[in-house]
Design a binder for this molecule. Structure first.
Ligand code: SAM
Length: 403
């Protein structure tokens, strides 16, 4: 989901407190918008779900009736779409990779790289629009012209990060109704403001760049931060056949997270429509949930990912169970006795101890995290097509994770 694929529970005091602090302003905004945007009672009866509200999740969807596995819940086009935040350049029309070499086709108007003059996304609302092109054309020197072979991954990333933010801010001017649907989404701005590193990143790389370098002085800093928060909290990462994009959808954003979700989604590569279906039978009144994080990651990493990007500590049944509902996804082979398994004593204590079930060996969460990062870095260094390399990696992992 929302997030890289870049989001309920035994009570966790931190999470509950944060949602309540998350502020009266945020709650008022939600209540007001709930009234304006909610389907009428007749419409709601026809839908397989309805919107509810809780102090922990905010707004979320629940099943209106028992739903069978594979039932379609939502099919909708994006309200906004743009490139993912990455150092790899993509076509602004179709989000397929492009190069920054001199012979790469570029938009004659604004000099941003495109896949070609016949790209289906040219002048299309889900691609490179005329309005966007005009804005970039006026700022060729600070954007498109910097995207050359000399640009490092960080520079490329910083420029591509701006694209979707600018697209949403353009909607405010050119399609206020569409913008209003986005503006009702949760941004967690007040909590994000408390995170100095994150706030500085957006202040320097987005707000200042747009206002000073791009001379869009009329943009209010507060509104830009709000849009950045909305994107981080609500966007989906979609794409097929090499294309990768991030998207905001009008209803799908409402699903709450669970680490054993009861829905799954696919996306249409040409319309960027999302198709969200139940992945198992869902009881009437049960919350409809989506996995915001990688379900194959262990609890420590999944929870850290959601806290960082989505601003909540997941306390679902899987996160609360040291054995992750029987998957034992997080267990490590004990480095001391070599026969026992090391697991978090209380997985909802992010910095708590990990202990072996056979001997007295203990590890701190920081050490576990370092080990997991090393494994992840090793994996990322292997080419996805290098089958012997991947098999060797699996054999090395058996010594750490067990079979
Ligand atoms: C994509 S939004 C979902 C819609 C949101 N609840 C709203 O009212 O706009 C993600 C946010 O919902 C809340 N949320 C979703 N799943 C949650 C969970 N399992 N536990 C706590 N909060 C959750 C968090 O505030 C998170 O940042």
């Amino acid at each position: 989901m929302p997030g890289r694929k870049k989001n309920h529970h035994k009570n966790n005091n931190n999470s509950r407190a944060r949602h309540q602090r998350g502020g009266q302003q945020s709650k008022d905004k939600q209540e007001q918008q709930d009234k304006e945007q909610s389907p009428s009672p007749t419409e709601e009866k026809e839908l397989p779900y309805r919107v509810e509200h809780s102090d922990i999740y905010g707004r979320y969807l629940v099943a209106n009736r028992q739903l069978e596995a594979g039932e379609t819940l939502i099919r909708e086009e994006p309200l906004a779409i743009g490139p993912c935040v990455s150092g790899d350049p993509v076509c602004l029309g179709c989000y397929h990779p492009v190069s920054l070499k001199a012979d790469q086709y570029r938009c004659p108007g604004c000099a941003w790289p495109l896949c070609g003059s016949t790209c289906a996304g040219l002048k299309h609302r889900h691609g490179h629009t005329e309005t966007e092109c005009q804005l970039y054309a006026e700022r060729r020197a600070v954007a498109g012209e910097l995207l050359t072979e000399r640009a490092g991954p960080a520079e490329v990333r910083d420029l591509y990060e701006l694209v979707m933010i600018v697209r949403i801010l353009l909607l405010r001017q050119h399609d206020p109704e569409q913008f209003a649907l986005i503006a009702r989404m949760e941004s967690h701005t007040e909590e994000r403001r408390q995170n100095a590193v994150l706030w500085r990143h957006y202040e320097e790389k987005v707000v200042q760049r747009l206002r000073v370098t791009w001379q869009l002085e009329d943009l209010e800093a507060e509104q830009v931060h709000e849009v950045c928060g909305i994107l981080d909290v609500n966007c989906f990462e979609i794409g097929q056949n090499g294309a990768k994009a991030r998207t905001l959808y009008p209803s799908a954003f409402l699903l709450a997270h669970d680490c054993t979700p009861n829905t799954a989604h696919t996306d249409d590569p040409s319309s960027f429509e999302i198709l969200l279906r139940t992945s198992r039978r869902v009881r009437e009144r049960e919350a409809l949930t989506l996995g915001y994080a990688y379900t194959l990651q262990g609890t420590l990493k999944r929870r850290a990912f959601m806290h960082e990007g989505k601003l909540f500590w997941c306390c679902c049944r899987r996160c609360s169970d040291p054995r992750e509902l029987g998957t034992d996804c997080s267990a490590l082979v004990c480095a001391t006795c070599r026969t026992g398994s090391v697991r978090a004593v209380d997985p909802l204590q992010q910095t708590g101890d990990w202990a072996c079930d056979r001997c007295a060996h203990k590890m701190g969460a920081t050490e576990v995290e370092r080990q997991l990062d090393r494994i992840n870095n090793d994996l990322e260094d292997i080419d996805v097509h290098d089958i012997p390399g991947l098999e060797n990696f699996l054999l090395r992992c058996v010594c750490i994770h067990g079979s």
